[in-house]
Design a protein around this ligand. Structure first.
Ligand SMILES: [Zn+2]
Length: 260
C-alpha cells in the first residue's frame, strides 16, 4: 500500500461542500517536493508543533495556525463548543474525548496513534464532531455519546449523520488481555464478531468494528459509516503506532465546517 504524503480523507465526507476534514499522515510533502515529519505529539517541541500545524492546515486548504483541542483522557465526556476559543489538542483546560460544534471556520481536532479517530458530520443541521476512540473510550461508547450530543444540542438525527473512521490499529494487530475484553462483553451485543480468542488467553480486538457497532446502535446507517484502508501498525511507515514504537508521535484528525 502506498504511504500517503498528504492528509488522508474519506470520499463521502470530501463530497460535502461546506465541510473540511483530514487525518494527518506521519510525513507530509513539504516545499521542494521534500517530505517532513508531521508530529503533533508531546515529543514535538513547541515551535516544531506550530510549523507542523500550519503545514497540515495549509494542506487542507485552511489558512491560519489555530485549532481547538482538548486534554484527552480516555473517558466518555463530549465537549460542546458554542463559542470560539483555541486550545492545543492534548493540552488545554477541558478534559474530554470528543468535541462537537456548530461553529463555522473553527477547526476541531483530536490526536491519536493507534486509537480510532472518528469524524462526524450532519449535512442537514450543518454540525460536526471529532472523537478519540481508544480501547477505554470505545468501551465507554464515546462515539455514540458524541452522536447523542449532536442530537441533544443541535437536533441532529442519527440517520442523517456521515461517519468517517480514520487510520487506527486493525483487528489483526491489536492483542489485549482478557480483562480488557470484559467491558465489551458486557456493553456490546456483537462483541464476539470482532474479538478473536488467542491460545494464550489473550484476545485480538477490532476497535474499528466495535465503533461501527456503537454507531449503528446509535442509529447511524451502516452505509453512512466509512473508514480509511490504513492500519497504523500495518502501515507504520505512513502513520505513528503507539503499540509498535511507543510514544514516537501523534497524528491529528481535524474537522471544520465552512459557512453556507
Ligand atoms: Zn494492522
Amino acid at each position: 500500500m502506498t504511504v500517503p504524503f498528504a492528509p488522508v480523507t474519506i470520499a463521502a465526507l470530501r463530497a460535502e461542500e461546506a465541510f473540511v476534514h483530514g487525518f494527518s499522515p506521519r510525513h507530509i510533502e513539504w516545499e521542494n517536493g521534500q517530505s517532513r515529519d508531521l508530529d503533533f505529539g508531546r515529543n514535538a517541541g513547541r515551535e516544531a508543533w506550530r510549523g507542523d500545524l500550519v503545514a497540515y492546515l495549509g494542506a487542507l486548504g485552511i489558512a491560519g495556525d489555530s485549532v481547538f483541542g482538548v486534554h484527552q483522557v480516555h473517558g466518555d465526556r463530549v465537549h460542546v463548543v458554542s463559542r470560539p476559543s483555541f486550545s492545543l489538542p492534548g493540552k488545554g483546560p477541558v478534559q474530554a474525548d470528543a468535541i462537537v460544534t456548530h461553529l463555522a471556520d473553527f477547526p476541531i481536532a483530536v490526536l491519536t496513534a493507534d486509537c480510532i479517530p472518528v469524524v462526524l458530520y450532519d449535512p442537514h443541521r450543518h454540525v460536526t464532531g471529532v472523537v478519540h476512540a481508544g480501547r477505554l473510550g470505545t468501551a465507554l461508547h464515546i462515539v455514540s455519546r458524541a452522536v447523542a450530543a449532536l442530537k441533544e444540542n443541535y437536533g441532529s438525527r442519527p440517520e442523517d449523520l456521515i461517519a468517517g473512521l480514520g487510520p487506527g490499529i486493525c483487528g489483526a494487530c491489536y492483542e489485549v488481555d482478557e480483562v480488557s475484553i470484559d467491558p465489551f462483553r458486557h456493553g456490546f451485543s456483537g462483541w464476539e464478531n470482532w474479538t478473536v480468542p488467542q491460545a494464550d488467553g489473550k484476545f485480538l480486538l477490532d476497535l474499528l468494528a466495535a465503533n461501527r457497532e456503537d454507531l449503528t446502535g446509535a442509529g447511524v446507517p451502516l452505509a453512512q459509516i466509512h473508514q480509511t484502508s490504513f492500519c497504523t501498525s500495518c502501515h507504520n511507515d505512513g502513520f505513528f503506532s503507539y503499540r509498535k514504537e511507543g510514544a514516537r508521535g501523534r497524528m491529528m484528525t481535524l474537522a471544520m465546517l465552512t459557512p453556507r
